[in-house]
Design a protein around this ligand. Structure first.
Ligand code: OSB
Ligand code: MG
Length: 369
């Protein structure tokens, strides 16, 4: 497909409730929306960089710069055959996976539209609905946390993830476990612990958790192996896995028993597929992580999670868990069995609500070939 233009929208959307993790608190969520034009087709992508470099070193500011000054010149006016071809064109750009993944998603959307196939069908996914859970941010106290979890359970979510940080870990998780003895429960530290203090989390091993997500440094693979050796609960890596190569390191070093796959963090859906296949071949379970996506990124996550080794529920909640108004016409709803139905239209299978996109856009630019 000969790429005729790329548009970048810097978007800020109010969250229905503040979202707090060990690295900070958000009231609004920023991201970039990418729009490509080629051969009469429009493709959309979402770059999951946020305003601050809290989760990743990338921000909406750096992703804007990398997309405009380095990715765009390597695809504009050129015939991008598929995602693999796209990756070859951007492989000389070191890092900046979130920026690359946003554009790659738009390439996939166009490919699907051209073939008249959904992303799920392009990936070879089998399911038409995928099991999901909800990621609950830090609350003001264990009591408030238990009440918040209860509302999500009443909404029908069958798996709960709670955020933890030093001083807000064992007590929070114990309170939730006591209140809901049978609920599928997991915790996410977003890199808040170190080799020196991870022993404090030992009581978590008694709480029958599905997993402990990213306890140690964001660039660590080795210390996680030492921690996994001392814990019965599976360690799950999120931030640390930025490529198929890192996934192989983690498997070989026994740093984790589970991997959270986010297409953004690993540089695109094509890389996410490779990690899925590698984990499947080595007997590691994977699940689809989330970055508080708009309907665009949510559609992409749903398509990815249809692959067979996504055996744990994803952080893919219903649209109303995040936003009162979304920028897609489609709103994703929770089915009564804690699943969300995967779009089956061509490409991402969503329609961008251009009015809503405009309303939430802080800045935009278009570059033509
Ligand atoms: O670590 O999984 C994470 C949101 C932003 C940044 C990092 C993370 C998260 C979440 C939210 O946990 C998952 C979701 O989109 O519901
Ligand atoms: Mg995480």
């Amino acid at each position: 497909m000969k790429i005729e233009s790329i548009s970048i929208f810097r978007v800020s959307m109010p969250l229905v409730a503040p979202f707090e993790t060990s690295f900070g608190r958000s009231i609004d969520r920023e991201c970039l929306v990418i729009m490509l034009h080629a051969e009469g087709l429009t493709g959309y992508g979402e770059c999951v960089a946020d305003l601050d470099p809290g989760y990743s070193y990338e921000t909406t500011g750096t992703a804007w710069h990398i997309t405009k000054d380095f990715i765009a010149p390597n695809i504009l006016g050129q015939d991008v055959a598929d995602a693999t071809d796209f990756q070859r064109r951007v492989e000389h750009i070191r890092g900046h996976n979130l920026a690359k993944a946003g554009v790659e998603m738009a390439v996939w959307d166009m490919l699907g539209k051209r073939e008249g196939k959904s992303l799920r069908d392009l990936f070879g996914g089998q399911r038409d609905r995928v099991p999901v859970g909800v990621s609950v941010g830090l609350q003001s106290s264990p009591d408030v946390l238990v009440k918040t979890v209860e509302t999500y359970l009443n909404d029908g979510y069958g798996r709960i993830k709670i955020k933890i940080k030093p001083g807000r870990d064992v007590d929070d998780a114990t309170a939730v476990r006591k209140a809901f003895p049978k609920t599928k429960l997991q915790v996410d530290a977003n890199s808040a612990y170190t080799l020196e203090n991870f022993q404090r989390l030992k009581p978590l091993d008694q709480l029958d958790l599905l997993l402990i997500e990213q306890p140690l440094n964001e660039d660590d693979i080795w210390d996680h192996a030492k921690m996994q050796a001392e814990f019965n609960t599976p360690i799950c890596l999120d931030e640390s896995i930025v490529s198929p190569r890192h996934a192989r390191y983690a498997i070989e070093m026994k740093s984790c028993r589970v991997i959270n796959i986010k297409a953004g963090r690993v540089g695109g859906l094509s890389q996410a597929l490779l990690i899925h296949n590698l984990c499947q071949a080595h007997g590691l379970s994977v699940w689809c992580g989330g970055m508080l996506e708009t309907g665009i990124g949510r559609a992409s996550n749903l398509a990815l999670a249809t692959l067979p080794n996504f055996v744990l529920p994803g952080d893919i909640s219903a649209s109303d868990r995040y936003y009162k108004q979304d920028i897609t016409e489609e709103r994703f709803r929770l089915n009564s069995d804690s699943t969300i139905t995967v779009p089956d239209g061509p490409g991402l299978g969503i329609h961008v609500d251009e009015e809503a996109l405009k309303r939430y856009t802080l800045a935009e630019m278009t570059i033509c070939a």
